[in-house]
Design a protein around this ligand. Structure first.
Ligand code: HXC
Length: 260
């Protein structure tokens, strides 16, 4: 679909890069000539993807780092720059989620998801900033369409992702003068991911398929292709947007999923 080597000679750091959507982004970036660093809370979540990336012939760093821990994130960024020489692209993909009605959610449950999704995005962006400033760069925050409507059982994740979208706009304005573009991607339900396994059931999946104007769930490649676009020079004048990649689903989701 794209010309080869859209990201040649660049280095990307992808938090949550071992699995799901972010694994797909890592592999797509590597196929376009990008050296890739991936982080996750646990090294064992990274090892299979690290090996797949190496098999594509790029240089790879895999580091355990919890995005909730600013010191660990700083160390991971320092390791990326020391081993791969530079940092051009940051993908903030690490996320936590589960379904729980607000009335049953503990303060720590709410805070845990905000800490991972929102504060983790800030921590990694802040750690990456000095290196991105060196040549200009691109930050992509993985968001969600959850906050656009009142999504039941998602008070924690919706609040966190709404905060992520706000951060995307503010950092786009503050960091644009450094030649750093900050954008987001809001995926719909993506086939085969942990998020969809945890958050959907047979019924909600069937409703999503029926409501989605394109009559399918998304694929990891759909999100990887959007990331390639936003990270590359093809999007050199795109700054501060969150690109919805959901086949138009949320526009038809005013009816509550599961109640049809
Ligand atoms: C209610 C829960 C809960 C659940 C955890 N908690 N799971 N509350 N229902 N199912 C509460 C705990 O009781 C605890 O509060 C607090 O959250 C922290 O839990 P821990 O297990 O100690 O935290 P931790 O191990 O740090 O992380 C928990 C986690 C994480 C955030 C749930 O394991 C996780 O998210 N894993 C899934 C990763 C994932 O699927 N990522 C993709 C997200 S998809 P108390 O008060 O008891 O101490 C996505 C896109 C959505 O975001 C869009 C899809 C359409």
């Amino acid at each position: 679909m794209f010309q080869p080597n859209l990201l040649g000679n660049r280095v990307a750091l992808i938090t949550g890069g071992g699995t799901g959507i972010c694994r797909g982004i890592a592999l797509a970036f590597a196929r376009h000539g990008c050296d890739v660093a991936i982080t996750s809370r646990k090294l064992e979540h990274l090892e299979p993807t690290r090996d797949e990336l190496r098999a594509l012939g790029v240089r790879v760093v895999a580091r355990a780092a919890d995005v909730r821990d600013p010191a660990a994130v700083n160390d991971a960024v320092a390791a990326v720059v020391s081993e791969l020489g530079r940092l051009d692209i940051l993908i903030n993909g690490a996320a936590g989620n589960f379904i729980c009605l607000a009335e049953n959610l503990s303060p720590n449950g709410f805070g845990t998801v905000v800490d991972i999704d929102l504060k983790g995005t800030f921590n990694a962006s802040r750690a990456a900033l000095p290196h991105l400033k060196a040549r200009g760069g691109s930050v992509i925050n993985i968001s969600a369409t959850l906050p656009y409507l009142g999504t039941m059982g998602q008070a924690h994740a919706s609040a966190a992702k709404a905060g992520v979208d706000s951060l995307t706009r503010t950092l786009a304005v503050e960091w644009g003068p450094y030649g750093i573009r900050v954008n987001g991607i809001a995926p719909g339900p993506i086939e085969g991911t942990e998020g969809v396994r945890r958050l959907t059931n047979e019924k909600s999946r069937e409703v999503a398929l029926r409501l989605c104007p394109l009559r399918r769930l998304g694929t990891v490649d759909d999100i990887a292709n959007a990331s390639l676009y936003l990270a590359s020079d093809a999007a050199s004048y795109v700054n501060g947007v969150t690109l919805v990649v959901d086949g138009g689903l949320w526009l038809r989701s005013a009816r509550i999923l599961g109640e049809e």
